[in-house]
Design a protein around this ligand. Structure first.
Ligand code: SAM
Length: 236
């Protein structure tokens, strides 16, 4: 069955947006995944098609109503995981992306205003996922981030030439630095080992660079990586 993404949003016209271009766009055209963006407002029942109301307990802004959001979810739920994009969620990681790509697809719920009434999130047993520790004005860009990351891992989307196996996070490390022609540019030379043709030496250099850059830039990833290596070495 084709991997299927449904986005519930107040701005369906934002989609496919960037997902209609390049790798994801070609895969969409080729039928390697499906995308439908649905307007949450279509589920509003009053004359003014109201989707939000003032927060109980006071405070600024508006909150998206649980009845309207829940009706939007009910119209698309079919066993795919439901994700509410929110700055309060767990930070999206490559391991999550791999899990989503391995499943049947996702239903992505995009908030606006101050967010969505918590009861609708809980009733749908939605996973809450953030794309980083900053606040955007809506969940549409985070939904695109998650979809772009997942779609490139779907079978047939990336050619062998740009395989995901050596990328950052694939093996718990950041990627080694990349270089292309010219071999010397503005007085800066490419590391000589990369021109040596010695594949074992190149692989060793890349591994050492990946480890050094991860240790320097991401002590959290480095600690997890060294723990995993120690556990693997201790295993019978
Ligand atoms: N009042 C919310 C809070 O402080 O956590 C922020 C609401 S934000 C203005 C509106 C919507 O944008 C959210 O409901 C969510 O869907 C989306 N959003 C904003 N920042 C996000 C982030 N870092 N990750 C995922 N979604 C985000």
């Amino acid at each position: 069955m084709t991997w299927h993404a449904t986005v519930l949003t107040l701005f369906p016209e934002m989609f496919p947006g960037p997902l209609g271009q390049s790798l994801a766009g070609r895969a969409l055209q080729a039928g390697l995944w499906r995308l439908d963006a649905r307007d949450i407002r279509a589920n509003a029942t009053d004359r003014h098609r109201t989707v939000d109301d003032t927060p109980f307990g006071g405070g600024p802004g508006m909150v998206m109503r649980p009845d309207v959001v829940s009706a939007a979810l009910a119209s698309v739920q079919d066993g795919r995981p439901v994700v509410y994009l929110t700055p309060r969620g767990r930070r999206l990681a490559q391991a999550d992306v791999r899990d989503f790509a391995a499943g049947p697809g996702v239903v992505l719920l995009c908030g606006r205003y101050e967010g969505i009434d918590q009861r609708a999130i809980e009733a749908a047993a939605a996973q809450e996922i953030s794309v980083g520790d900053y606040v955007l004005s809506g969940g549409e860009l985070p939904a695109m981030v998650l979809l772009d990351a997942a779609v490139r891992l779907l079978p047939g989307v990336m050619g062998a030439a740009d395989s995901a196996t050596e990328e950052s996070f694939a093996n718990g490390l950041l990627e080694y630095p990349q270089y292309t022609r010219p071999a010397e540019w503005c007085g800066r030379a490419v590391p000589p080992v990369l021109l040596s043709g010695n594949h074992a030496a190149i692989a060793a250099w890349r591994q050492a660079e990946a480890e050094a850059i991860t240790r320097r830039r991401r002590p959290d990833l480095w600690a997890a990586h060294t723990n995993n290596v120690a556990r693997a070495l201790a295993a019978p």
